[in-house]
Structures are given as C-alpha cells and as structure tokens.
Design a protein around this ligand. Structure first.
Ligand SMILES: *[C@@H]1O[C@H](CO)[C@@H](O)[C@H](O)[C@H]1NC(C)=O
Ligand SMILES: *[C@@H]1O[C@H](CO)[C@@H](O)[C@H](O)[C@H]1NC(C)=O
Ligand SMILES: *[C@@H]1O[C@H](CO)[C@@H](O)[C@H](O)[C@H]1NC(C)=O
Ligand SMILES: *[C@@H]1O[C@H](CO)[C@@H](O)[C@H](O)[C@H]1NC(C)=O
Ligand SMILES: [Zn+2]
Length: 527
C-alpha cells in the first residue's frame, strides 16, 4: 500500500472497528487508494451488528443549528487545523452505525424554530414555533388554565424519572433557553424565561421557565443541570435579557427545596467548583449571567468547556443503579450562525464533536444509546469551485482572472450584508460588494461572512437535518423521519415512556439470528 504515510490518528468506535487516517501526509489518491478505501469501509460496515439490547442509558446530543453544511464545513475545518487537507476527515459521530434524516418543520412553520423542534425531539409531538412543552392547542403567547393543563406534554426526562432513572441537562446557552428548557418546562412563549417577560394577566396562569425548573416536575428532579443563565434565577443583569421582578433568588430556592427533600446537593458557578462535585445527588451549575462564552472566548473565563460539562455530567449520572438519560446541547453553533460568524460556528461544532467522542469513550456500546442530531439547519451555503484542501474559511476560487472573488462559506442572509456592501455602490455596472480578499479582519472570530440579504439575525434553514446513533437499536434511526419520532424511538430503546415494550418483539430478532447461525453451521458441516 503506497498510500499511507504515518498512521497517526485512529478513531475507535465499535470494539471491532478501527478507522485510521493519515496526518500531514498528502495521499496519492490513485485507483489503488480508492479501491482500498472502499474495501476497508465495507469490512468496517460488515462488522456492524444489529444490537437488540435495551439501553440502560441514553445520551442525546443536540447541535443547535448544526445543519449538514455546518457538519461538512466543520469536519473540513477540523482536518485543516490538524494539518490535513480536510475533506477526508470524519467527525467521531459520523462513523456511528445508525444514520438518518429528520424533517424539522413546526406545525405552523415551514422553516422551524428551536422551541417547536425541541418539543418534537424531547416529547414526541410537533407543535408551534415559539412554544414548548405544550401541543398546538394553546394560543401562542396566551394562557387559559384549562387549555394549558390539557395542552401539556411530558418529556423524555419525565418518562425516565418515572422509570427510576437519573437525568441531566447540559447546555452552553442559558439553561432557560428554548432547547434545554423544552426538556422540563411548558410555555406558550419561549421568551418567558423569567417573570418580568410574562404579561401580567398571565402570571397567575403560567410560571416562568426558571421557576418551572426549580419548583416543578420534572425540572426539580433533574440530577445534573449545567449551563448559563444566572440572571433568569435572580442574579444581576447579565445581558439584560430577563431581570426578575418578583425578587426571588431561585438558586437559593433550589438549594432550600433540595435540602427539604433531604438529598445531597450543590450549587456551583465556576469550572473549579464543578470539578469538585462528586457524590451529590443533585447539582445545579450556572456558569454565566447569560449564555456561556463561545469556545474561542472561553480562555480568560472560569467556565468549563462543553467537553468538561459532558464528562462531569456522565460521571455523576453513572452512579445511578437504574441508568440515566442525559441531554447535551451544543447551543452556540446556532448563535454564531445568526451573526454570520462562520469561524465561531465551526469551532463550536468541533467542540461539540469532542464532547460526543468523550461520551463514547466513557460509556459502553452494550448498554448506552448515544444519539446525535440537530434541531434545525441554517442558511449557510458551501459553494464555488475551491480546490481540494482550500482553506474552508477562504475563497470559493483562486484564479486571478476569475472575478468576483467570494467566500466558500456564505449565508443567504444576515448582518454580514452591511460588512460586505460597498460604500456608495448603486448596482448594475457598479459591483455592489467589497473584495473580501482585502478585508483585514478576515481571520478574526467576529468576522462576518457575506450575506446578500440584510437580516439583523441570520435565519434558520428548512432542509432536513441528520441524525446519528450508536449503541442498542441504533438501526431504528436508519431512514427519513418526522422529528417527533426521535422521542418515541428513544422510549422504545430505553424501555421507558409511552413506547416502552414496543422493542420487545426484537427479542425474536435475536432468536432468529441465533437460529440462522446454527443453521448455517449445520449446512456447512453437511457440505
Ligand atoms: C442567591 O443565592 C445564591 C445561593 O444559592 C448566592 O450564592 C447568591 O449570592 C444569591 N444571589 C443574590 C443576588 O442574592
Ligand atoms: C476541560 O476540557 C478541555 C477541552 O475543552 C480539556 O483540554 C481539559 O483538559 C478539560 N479539563 C478537565 C479538568 O477535564
Ligand atoms: C491562491 O493560491 C496561491 C498559491 O497556491 C496562494 O499563495 C494564494 O494565497 C491564494 N490566494 C487566495 C486568495 O486564496
Ligand atoms: C415486554 O417485556 C416486559 C418484560 O421485560 C413485559 O413485562 C411486558 O409485558 C412485555 N410487553 C409486551 C407487549 O410484550
Ligand atoms: Zn436559532
């Protein structure tokens, strides 16, 4: 094999499958290379067996806004950071055996928001955008007590708690932000993160999201809660997104309530304190006033990375006898995209993958289902004719006679519009856009990629997102599904919640495969 130089990076996924790739060596990608690549992958695929164990533990990773373009671009970016050309790289989760596509629309929107999509993923029902933990019968932004009660739906966390499992939620956003909050709260407006956001006529009907986490089921019974959002709990101003008017200090209330329950518990605000946690039954970690720092901003903070939080959460939850369910959100991929900050978004996606790889390393394929998906996509596009190995954050072609020069990664809309618009350009013969090769801040994390339509906040995208699964029954995710299917499949595989026992019948699958083995053995002896 003339192809491989140094086999420096191996990703171990299944016990029996190792995929290795070469680092810093430009392979000769002739026909032998591709034949070998194809054969290796077949051998790898053939080692994958249908697993019909039940999952004792479930970890659901949600890359907020991590559409397929983000996955491809961040895979290349990571490869390039490691000195490779980039295109041949894989994220760890891309080698999972179960892979499918997810239809993300909300009941009222073709292109969805995170509130409706999180309700689909976590409660198994689609609902309206901007609302979560309720079905589509309650008018958005309103509250009628009887309709509200009837509209409420339970989440995976509630199903798991009822089955005696421990539960956890980890996010890099405010813990009260739509995606994590849909796992425990029920609101007709995702902005009701603290009391002052709720119109006064509804405050008796519906609690704010932070209070629901601290006081109500399943929030109060969650064992591990890590994220940002101190201001929603009554501390200071943060980013000013929500300042409590009721004077409650909800972390103090959380501590009092856990004390009244008689469970060991601790509230922490720094990475150092988080690392000290060990045997507490319930922990609340709020590491920022608002959203946590982007990974590239984190250096001078006392905040843990998403990898640190994921590892700690799994360690704490692994103490559970009956298993656990953990939700981990890489929440700021989405925020970076909304600002057209492609470099920040790709870096967040890479860190998200590292958290997934850490979770795979700490758990068993026999008893732990790991699912990786996104709630929705973004308007990011990846195009032009850049050469192989071209800087993924660079330009779409590199031939001096080809004008205009533009970026490989651009957005269909967003605030990048203003950065790129040429001062005084009037259109037609007068080209409207600045030459990006002359923009001096292109390497900076807050550089905004091009957008031809102005939007203060870049928008989500409506195409399908991917889902990847490893562990018991990962093949249940092979196909194209409604997003609400995810919760049902997890319920079936984990043997808790409304689809409990539906995966029972697969015991016969096990029996059939044993039978087939015996028969093929017998027939081989006969021949
Ligand atoms: C709220 O209570 C926590 C303890 O849970 C305490 O550390 C914090 O200082 C309190 N915040 C305010 C604003 O009183
Ligand atoms: C925290 O995570 C970073 C990567 O994000 C890693 O380099 C570091 O070792 C981790 N720290 C601990 C204490 O696990
Ligand atoms: C074009 O390619 C040349 C040589 O490969 C390289 O030095 C240059 O930086 C590239 N220019 C752009 C705009 O990417
Ligand atoms: C599934 O198996 C459980 C035991 O694990 C049993 O209690 C239950 O009745 C079975 N349900 C069905 C529908 O087969
Ligand atoms: Zn968003």
């Amino acid at each position: 094999m003339k192809v491989f130089g140094v086999l420096a990076a191996c990703i171990m996924l299944l016990q029996s499958s190792v995929i290795c790739r070469n680092l810093k060596v430009v392979p000769i990608e002739d026909k032998d290379y591709w034949y070998q690549e194809g054969k290796n992958r077949i051998q790898n695929q053939l080692t994958k067996k249908l697993s019909v164990n039940r999952a004792k533990n479930v970890i659901i990773f949600v890359g907020d806004g991590m559409g397929l373009t983000t996955i491809t671009a961040s895979r290349i970016y990571k490869g390039q950071i490691n000195g490779e050309l980039g295109e041949e790289n894989y994220h760890s989760f891309e080698l999972f055996p179960g892979v499918g596509l997810i239809k993300t629309y909300n009941t009222d929107m073709q292109v969805p928001d995170s509130a409706g999509t999180a309700t689909a993923m976590f409660s198994g029902i689609k609902t309206k955008s901007g609302t979560f933990g309720i079905d589509a019968t309650l008018p958005t932004g309103e509250c009628d007590p009887a309709v509200y009660e009837a509209a409420k739906v339970d989440s995976i966390l509630k199903w798991a708690q009822d089955a005696g499992k421990r539960t956890g939620v980890v996010t890099t956003t405010r813990i009260t932000h739509a995606t994590p909050a849909a796992a425990y709260a029920h609101v007709s407006d995702r902005d009701w993160e603290c009391d002052s956001e709720i119109p006064s006529q509804y405050r008796d009907c519906m609690k704010d999201i932070a209070r629901q986490l601290v006081e109500d089921s399943p929030g109060k019974d969650i064992n591990v809660i890590f994220g940002g959002g101190q201001q929603q709990f009554g501390f200071g101003n943060g980013d000013g997104s929500c300042v409590r008017e009721d004077g409650l200090n909800l972390t103090a209330v959380w501590e009092e309530n856990r004390k009244a329950e008689g469970v060991s518990h601790r509230f922490v605000t720094t990475k150092g304190q988080m690392e000290e946690l060990s045997t507490e039954e319930k922990v609340l970690g709020l590491f920022d006033f608002g959203h946590m720092a982007y990974e590239l901003e984190r250096e001078n903070t006392e905040q843990p990375s998403i990898v640190n939080m994921t590892v700690k959460a799994i360690r704490m939850l692994q103490k559970a006898e009956n298993g656990f369910v953990l939700i981990v959100e890489g929440g700021r991929i989405d925020h970076a995209h909304h600002d057209n900050y492609a470099k920040l978004a790709l870096t967040e996606a890479i860190m998200f993958d590292e958290a997934i790889a850490a979770a795979v390393a700490m758990t068993s394929r026999e008893n732990t289902l790991i699912v990786v998906t996104a709630d929705h996509s973004h308007s990011l596009t990846f195009n032009g004719y850049p050469e192989r190995g071209n800087d993924i954050l660079g330009f779409a072609h590199n031939e001096s006679d080809k004008k205009p020069v533009y970026e490989t990664l651009t957005y269909a809309n967003g605030p990048g519009f203003n950065v790129h618009r040429k001062e005084g350009a009037i259109g037609a013969e007068d080209y409207l856009w600045r030459d990006p090769t002359l923009m001096e801040d292109r390497d900076e994390m807050y550089y905004r990629h091009f957008a031809p339509i102005f939007e203060k906040s870049e928008t989500h995208g409506g195409e399908d997102v991917a889902i990847y699964a490893i562990g018991p029954f990962s093949h249940l995710f092979n196909g194209v599904f409604e997003q609400s299917y995810i919760a049902h499949a997890v319920s079936c595989i984990g043997n808790f919640g409304p689809s409990k026992y539906l995966c029972n019948s697969s015991i016969s699958v096990k029996a059939v495969s044993v039978l087939v083995l015996i028969m093929s053995y017998i027939s081989s002896r006969l021949v």
